[in-house]
Ligand binder design. Structure first.
Ligand code: PLP
Length: 339
């Protein structure tokens, strides 16, 4: 048996999803004529209480477009030091938006008004103009930690008061909603932009949607085009996204339960020095210093558990659509045997 815990991006389309893709009605989306893409954009915008959406090939693109929409060159973007937009988007903030970044040090990647407010630059020519705050929910490098709406509201108020835009990197927003019970609809009025990924826990092969006001999304269309992200008969991909939203959101809690089971098993192993709380579908643990993490991952791979190192002495597991409880039982046996 092989259990692939490297990322929730590795899941493959199900039979039902493939059928939905094959039956999609498509057109040229650069002309705005792909009805399945239009349906996905409307569906997601409606779901999150926003005016409009734009379908893009990746979450990196939706985030980068949002940052470009909400900043001018020489501005400053504020985010946690763990943020995907800062760490894993290839330096795109500098390249695409010519903005600087102010890093904050939140609790497992989560920011608060108390962290944000003192880091807003004064209106003075020496300082870059702080114009955008980016939150991530759930936080990947925070081990799948999440914000509740109640925690986001005071951040929204600070941004409003200080005239800052607020963007959500919601690559795993549905995982957060599954735990908090908050409604997606209540997110819309708090954010200027929301990026959601269809190809993580939701199991679509490709795609993310950026949500915002009609005006923002019109601007986003220009930026998507210049980045080379305008797609033609993209409805085949959008159909997978619609199917994912209809069929794979309600099951995310199962991923969280399986992640918790893996976390509990790790807790008992002598080679684990520490483990982050398992809040959603991500498990991050620290190996004791007697073990070399690359060699350890190699051993696990050899025994059928695929995973990756995740920074110094750290290893990450991610559960997803293609991981079931039998696989996790098998994985736990491997964790007991490996040394
Ligand atoms: C995966 C991910 C993204 C988007 O990544 P792509 O691979 O470009 O789709 C954005 N933010 C976070 C937190 C992610 O985990």
């Amino acid at each position: 048996m092989i259990i692939d815990l490297r990322s929730d991006t590795v899941s493959k389309p199900t039979a039902g999803m493939l059928e939905a893709m094959m039956n999609a009605k498509v057109g040229d989306d650069v002309f705005g004529e792909d009805e399945t893409v239009n349906a996905l954009e409307e569906k997601t915008a409606h779901l999150f209480g926003m005016e409009a959406g734009i379908f893009c090939p990746s979450g990196t693109m939706t985030n980068q477009i949002a940052i470009k929409c909400f900043t001018q060159p020489m501005d400053e973007v504020m985010c946690d030091e763990t943020a995907h937009v800062y760490r894993y988007e290839g330096g795109g903030i500098a390249f695409n938006s010519m903005a600087s970044v102010r890093l904050l040090y939140g609790d497992r990647g989560r920011l608060t008004p108390e962290l944000i407010e003192p880091n807003i630059n004064p209106d003075n020519v020496h300082y870059p103009k702080t114009s955008l705050v980016v939150l991530e929910n759930t936080v990947n490098r925070g081990g799948g930690s999440y914000y509740t709406l109640e925690q986001i509201e005071p951040i929204y108020h600070v941004c409003k008061l200080k005239n800052l835009k607020l963007h959500l990197d919601g690559a795993r927003i549905f995982n957060a909603l599954a735990e908090t019970g908050d409604y997606a609809k209540d997110y819309g009025h708090l954010f200027d932009g929301i990026s959601i990924c269809l190809s993580k826990g939701l199991g679509a092969p490709v795609g993310s949607v950026l949500l915002g006001s009609r005006e923002t999304i019109l601007q986003a269309k220009r930026i998507r085009k210049v980045l080379g992200g305008g797609m033609r008969q993209a409805g085949f991909l959008a159909a997978a996204g619609i199917y994912a939203l209809d069929h794979h959101v309600h099951r995310l809690k199962e991923d969280h339960q399986l992640a918790k089971a893996l976390g509990a098993a790790l807790q008992e192993q002598y080679y684990v020095k520490s483990i982050m709380p398992v809040d959603t579908n991500i498990v991050i643990f620290e190996l004791d210093t007697k073990h070399n993490p690359e060699e350890f991952v190699e051993k696990l791979n050899h025994m059928g558990v695929k995973c990756n190192t995740f920074g110094k002495q750290m290893i990450r597991f991610v559960t997803h659509l293609d991981i079931n409880s039998e696989m996790v039982d098998y994985g736990i046996e491997v964790l007991k045997k490996v040394h």
